[in-house]
Each structure stands twice: as C-alpha cells, then as structure tokens.
Design a protein around this ligand. Structure first.
Ligand code: NAD
Length: 399
C-alpha cells in the first residue's frame, strides 16, 4: 500500500509545499463522465488548499468523434477508444470508471493490476460474485479503492451521521427510505442499458436502491436479514436501434424489509414509476431521542425533531438549513444560505479519495470502499433472492 502512495507522490511531485498531482484516466464521457470531470475541475480551487490536484490525463470511450469531443470539452490531454490503452498509460495514476455496470469489473480489475488507484461508479458490479472479484483484485494489487456512493458526501447526510455517531439520537428503531423517480413510466420509452439485466444487473434496485442501501449501512449499521419484492410493470419495450421490441428483464420497482444487527428495522424501496418524483431520495431515521429526515430534492436541509425540547416551547420538527461555515464541507463553499447542489457531492468525494491516496486517512468508514461495494451487492442479491423465494434471506458476507 505504501508503495502506491509513494508512487503517486513521486510521480505527481511538485515544488515543495505544493499539492502533488494525480493523473486521472476517466472511462465514460456521458452522465457520470461529465459529473466527475466537473468535480475534478472545481476541486483544486474550492477544496483549497487541495490535498492533491487532479491532472486530466485521458478519457476513454468507444466512439472516436464523441470521445475526442469530450476530451476537448472537459479538458483531458488525450483520449483513447480502447480503455485498455488508457489503463496502461503510465501517466494515469487513478482510474475512474464512469461506464455502465457491465463495464465496471474488467476495466477496474485491469487498472488495479496495472497499479492504478481505482474509483468506480455504483453499483460496484452486477452481482455480489462479480463485486467479490473486484474486491479481491484491489486487495491483491494493494491499490486504494472507492465506490461512488456520493450521497455519503451530502453535508446534511454527514451532519446526520455526526448526530447518530455522537449518540445524540440514542438507540435507533427505524430506518425508512424511498428513492423515487418517474422517467420510464411511458411504455414507449426504449429499452436502454439500464433496463437490460446483462448490462445493468438489476433495475431500480441497483440503480437507486443501492444508494439507499448504502445509506442504511452507513447511518444505521449492517442488516442481518432482508425480505424483498420486485416488480416489472412494463415487460416489453422498443429496442433503442429500432429493430423491434425487447423483453425487460430487470425490476421496475422493489420494496424491501431490513432487520439490522443492532435491533433496528428498516424499509427500503425504489421505483422509476412515480409520477411527479424527480430524484426523491428521502429517508427518515427514528431514534429514542429524536427523528432525522432528509430529502435529496431539498438537499441543503435536515428536518430534525428532538424529544427533549419543551413541548410548551419549541418542540416539533425543525428544518435546519445545513449551510453554516461549521457544517460539513461548508467552509469550502459560500456564505450561509447560498446553496450548493448535487454536483458538489462529487467534489467532496474525490477530495476524500485523494486524501486516502495520499495516506491521510482511509477511504472507509466515511467513504465507501470496495468492501462496501461488495456488501451492498450481497444485500441487493439477497433482496432478489427473497423476492423469488418469498422468504426472508440472511445476509452473509464472504470473509
Ligand atoms: N453516483 C450517482 O449518483 C450516479 C448517477 C448516475 C449513474 N451512476 C452510475 O454511473 C455509471 C454510468 O452511468 P451513466 O448514467 O453515466 O451512463 P451513461 O449511459 O450516461 O454513460 C456511460 C458511458 O460509458 C461509455 N461506455 C459504455 N461502454 C463502454 C466501454 N466498453 N468502453 C468505454 N466506454 C464505454 C458510454 O459511451 C458513455 O460515455 C453506472 O454504473 C451508473 O449506475 C451513478
């Protein structure tokens, strides 16, 4: 491990006192390619002084014209039409995988084997077995690894974590989370990769559910048992190339029950069939001393209830604007009340990963590493298994 930190420090050495550079190789130039590139550009001047400065070495995609355009647009020094060439580029020190789920394992494992630190979008893989191969590979290579569960880096979520970790909320009874979107209700919406099991692994479960399952593990703890129900509402959709109809073999929605090791119980549900819900990632945690409520569509707010307050005075839900300089990450942004957005979670998460690469702290427990990515996949698989068998399934992680 120390070799890898040394590798980056030396390869990216700058003048004394200056932050080292980390050479970035980015796979994918669409939604996540754009979000990650945006974060790399903002990070050095907003997370100031930066722990490391990302150097945008290369971006990889399959379509040459589009990849060249992306390199120009985002400011990468070069582009590759085969990720293998990027993985073998000595100037790349951190491989960032923003590809679809079927392009997570092979390139990420190859990058780790080439000695690159690896950052991979969620879900880590299509199945727990596939995620385990990635975890084994990064452990063997001794590189740093992180999964993009970026909601851990929302200031209000970090604030919720602090309130729970400090014991202020007391014993936790309930975790209740929904992640709702509306964008595939139209039956004529095409069967894109997210609706194809061979590419995505699962539907709403891996796409949205993985995020809230991660928040459940992060904020409450390990679930020991789950029950699940999955549903596919539209079973056939037009193929994107216009060649006819294709069967949808992933879940459009799922509902699950979680039984936590610490005695809490949880419900987690996700769907892309909820009219009016855009990116409604809402969770509520009920503890013995109070309740916390968060909704991503109001991401700078944390709704808090404290039982110890005088009912004749102010007891009731308080909407706390998490935007003070003493709130998590806010010393880096704007004066109070000048809001930050979804894209800034990626700035925070790369700042965290760079700190881990430079040996300042570990990725876990405040960031999600590949252990978290693997455990998340085990829980997703268990929800699918339970939906098929109709029985509760124990969550069992391999050593
Ligand atoms: N953290 C989040 O909030 C969040 C949000 C959206 C998506 N995601 C995750 O990010 C990943 C990518 O999703 P997206 O929305 O950016 O998808 P997308 O379809 O918008 O982009 C995928 C990119 O990968 C490229 N690509 C596909 N196969 C490739 C290959 N073999 N070699 C090189 N490039 C290839 C495509 O050309 C495209 O640029 C998924 O795993 C998804 O689950 C995470």
């Amino acid at each position: 491990m120390s070799d890898q930190v040394g590798f980056v420090t030396m390869a990216g050495a700058r003048a004394e006192g200056e932050a080292p550079e980390i050479g970035i190789g980015m796979l994918g130039y669409a939604f996540m390619g754009k979000a990650h590139s945006n974060a790399f550009k903002k990070l050095p001047y907003m997370m100031y002084p930066p722990v490391a400065v990302p150097r945008l070495v290369a971006i990889a995609g399959r379509n040459e014209a589009a990849t060249a355009e992306a390199a120009k647009r985002y400011g990468y020094q070069k582009y590759y039409t085969d990720w293998r060439d990027m993985v073998n580029d000595p100037a790349v020190q951190m491989f960032d995988n923003g590809g679809p789920n079927d392009a997570h394992a092979e390139p990420t494992i190859a990058a780790a084997q080439a000695g690159k630190h690896v950052f991979c979008e969620k879900p880590l893989a299509r199945t727990a077995a596939e995620a385990k191969t990635m975890l084994d590979a990064v452990n063997k290579a001794g590189v740093k690894h992180m999964v993009a569960f970026n909601y851990r880096f929302v200031p209000a979520i970090v604030q919720a974590k602090r309130l729970i970790e400090s014991g202020q909320l007391g014993r936790i009874f309930h975790f209740r989370a929904v992640y709702l979107q509306e964008w595939i209700i139209d039956p004529n919406f095409p069967k894109i990769w997210r609706l194809d099991k061979s590419v995505a692994g699962s539907g709403a479960l891996g796409d949205l559910g993985a995020h809230v399952i991660d928040l459940a593990r992060y904020l409450v703890g390990e679930p020991k048992r789950v029950m699940g129900m999955t549903k596919t509402f539209v079973e056939e959709r037009p193929l994107p190339d216009g060649s006819g109809m294709g069967k949808v073999d992933v879940d459009d929605a799922f509902i699950s029950l979680l039984d936590f090791e610490n005695g809490a119980v949880g419900t987690v549900e996700a769907s892309r069939f909820c009219q009016g819900r855009k990116n409604y990632n809402r969770l509520e945690i009920n503890g013995e001393n109070g309740t916390l409520e968060f909704n991503l569509e109001r991401m700078n707010e944390l709704n808090v209830f404290w039982a110890h307050e005088d009912p004749k005075e102010t007891r009731g839900f308080h909407n706390v604007l998490v935007s003070e300089s003493y709130h998590p990450y806010w010393e880096n942004w704007w004066p109070q009340g000048h809001m930050i957005g979804w894209e800034h979670t990626f700035v925070h998460e790369f700042h965290h990963f760079f700190g881990a690469i430079l040996g300042k702290h570990e990725v876990a427990p405040y960031g999600a590493d590949f252990v978290d990515g693997y455990k998340n996949a085990v829980i997703c698989d268990a929800i699918v298994e339970s939906s098929q068998s109709g029985r509760a399934v124990d969550v069992k992680y391999e050593a």
